[in-house]
Design a protein around this ligand. Structure first.
Ligand SMILES: [Zn+2]
Length: 362
């Protein structure tokens, strides 16, 4: 690559890459929260708010293919290499120097890239996207880690959804119940070093269920329900403290949220199921929730309301259920669960099931 080309490219990228110059935390964890290289060649990123990113391109030589990389503030904890497919040889996450994170996309040799047309677009204060290549359909399988479309859970967001014309409008009408009467413990499964199921495109159960749980918390709180969550971020939490929280505060109900994975990661296995341990109240709560989540997941099989001996529902003193909101390894479910609009719908559905239960059995 000529020096001229590199300079020109760099200046061009700089315009788009360096417009967020205000905050750059000196010493902190990695600003890169999630990334996804989609089958259409678009790289999507989620970062901490107002992070300063720098992007680079290096033309390949005889021994390596073209490389594109982005540096983020904050230090990466666990450097790793992810095998690519199609035009991508591999993706590396590393810390080039102390206090930095680098995401490197290394292409196979002979990939015809057009970096002069690359443009990193800031979608909002913490989301970015850049189109790196175009390919025939189905020639590249998406690679990624985490949720790039995680919401920031503000009330305005929920209000907006309720007020807009939406084909799910009817569904969004949540029943009213007596305010300040009920308490609910929400238990997002797994967390931190335990990601739970890992699905298509690197979708992590712990993140998906935390996102859904936070949305449920907001919705229930608006209805005057006292909500406690067993975890509110990516921390490792054993099962006994999840149970003891619910028993200690004498919650009315306990709802654990999970997502499934099939053995052998079979893409044809999809579906939703809700477990209870014993008693008609647990069973009723499970039925109410299962009915609602199926409504927002058309085509995904009803695996039913079932008895299960999971620790968290077996050892809680109140009616308790464990909801499996879909298979992260299933083609249909995963494609939905990676989208924030679907997680929003699932959250509404579970909330509606909970409110219906509380209004009748409570
Ligand atoms: Zn799970």
């Amino acid at each position: 690559m000529s020096k001229f080309f590199f300079n020109k490219l760099f200046r061009y990228l700089s315009i788009f890459l360096l417009f967020n110059l205000n905050i750059s935390p000196a010493k902190s964890s990695s600003a890169l929260a999630a990334w996804s290289l989609n089958s259409n060649g678009v790289l999507e990123l989620r970062t901490k708010s107002n992070s300063k990113l720098k992007a680079y391109f290096q033309k390949g030589g005889d021994y390596f293919g073209d490389r594109f990389w982005i540096d983020f503030p904050g230090e990466l904890k666990n450097p790793r290499t992810i095998k690519g497919n199609g035009p991508i040889k591999e993706i590396r996450l590393g810390k080039p120097i102390q206090g930095k994170t680098r995401l490197v996309i290394e292409f196979s040799a002979n990939t015809n890239l057009k970096p002069l047309y690359w443009r990193l677009v800031g979608l909002d204060e913490n989301r970015w996207k850049i189109k790196l290549f175009s390919l025939p359909k189905n020639s590249f399988q998406k690679i990624g880690e985490g949720l790039v479309t995680k919401s920031n859970f503000n009330f305005k967001d929920n209000k907006k959804l309720v007020n807009t014309r939406n084909r799910n409008y009817e569904f969004l009408q949540l029943p009213d119940i007596k305010r300040n009467k009920f308490s609910v413990v929400l238990d997002p499964g797994h967390g931190g070093p335990d990601p739970g199921a890992i699905g298509i495109g690197g979708l992590r159960e712990s993140e998906v269920v935390l996102d859904v749980s936070k949305r449920i918390k907001n919705l229930l709180s608006e209805k005057g329900v006292n909500v406690r969550m067993t975890r509110t971020n990516e921390v490792d939490l054993d099962l006994p403290p999840r149970v003891s929280l619910a028993n200690r505060i004498d919650a009315d109900i306990f709802v654990s949220i999970h997502a499934n994975a099939s053995r052998g990661k079979r893409r044809d296995i999809n579906g939703l199921e809700t477990f209870y341990y014993s008693g008609w109240r647990g069973r009723l709560l499970a039925k109410k929730i299962q009915k609602q989540i199926l409504k927002v997941s058309p085509g995904s099989p009803d695996r039913g309301v079932r008895q299960g001996r999971f620790f968290v529902i077996k050892n809680t003193d109140m009616p308790a259920v464990l909801v499996e909101i879909g298979f992260l390894t299933g083609r249909l479910d995963a494609r939905r669960l990676e989208k924030s609009i679907h997680r929003k719908r699932i959250a509404y559905a579970i909330t509606k099931g909970i409110l219906e239960y509380l209004s009748k059995a409570g």
